[in-house]
Ligand binder design. Structure first.
Ligand code: MN3
Length: 220
């Protein structure tokens, strides 16, 4: 348990913002991820869905002692807080990370991370296949993740609703490298029920540069 907490702690200690939480700007335009993710989906997802999680989170903690807690402290002690705080702090963290992991430009992966992925999953294609399967089998709403687990190994997991591997309630904790939103609001306008096609398209817009930076930050 000690190692496990330490792994997740590497991320949570960097989450130093606290109340009032604000909507982060995107590093790209809403239409720049087309055709993989359409402009309308991106705009609604960012300005409505993500913004609502933030408003709900701020409203839930306003005037309470949680106002002084950082986002990292809230997530790692999430079992102490209400379902409203759990859903909305998770929603805020997960989306803030997700936006950074998308890129309109093709990015390359470092040799070190490719080597680690290939060693862990057999090949890069097998990694993609396993990630896709995990994202597909997540019933209802949730997220798929590539994390560094308690044994400092790469692992693919999924979480329900807005839970994430930094929360003390999740089965597998770890340091997130990659995440994919598989809530229907993330793809339904363009893909309807075809979550499979959305996941395949997602692989075209992954910001591997950002993932490499997260990977190196962890290894330090
Ligand atoms: Mn979402």
């Amino acid at each position: 348990m000690e190692t496990l907490t330490k792994i997740a702690y590497k991320e949570t200690k960097g989450l130093t913002t606290n109340y009032p939480f604000i909507l982060p700007n995107l590093d790209y335009k809403y239409d720049s991820l087309e055709p993989s993710i359409d402009r309308t989906t991106m705009e609604i997802h960012h300005t409505k869905h993500h913004a609502t999680y933030i408003n709900n989170l701020n409203n839930a903690i306003k005037g309470t002692e949680i106002e002084t807690k950082t986002l990292g402290e809230i997530l790692e002690n999430i079992s102490s807080y209400s379902p409203t705080i759990r859903n909305n702090s998770g929603g805020h963290y997960n989306h803030s990370l997700f936006w950074k992991l998308l890129s309109p430009y093709k990015t390359t992966i470092s040799d070190e991370l490719i080597h680690d992925i290939t060693t862990t999953f057999g090949s890069f294609d097998k990694f993609k296949e396993e990630f896709k399967d995990e994202a597909l089998k997540r019933f209802g709403s949730g997220w798929a993740w590539l994390i560094i687990n308690e044994f400092e190994k790469l692992q693919i997991i999924s979480t329900p609703n807005q839970e994430n591997p930094l929360m003390d309630i999740t089965n597998v904790k770890g340091y997130p490298l990659l995440c994919l939103d598989v809530w229907e609001h993330a793809y339904y306008l363009n893909y309807q029920n075809k979550r499979n096609d959305y996941i395949i398209a997602f692989f075209n817009i992954i910001n591997w540069k950002e993932i490499d930076e997260r990977y190196r930050k962890f290894k330090k």
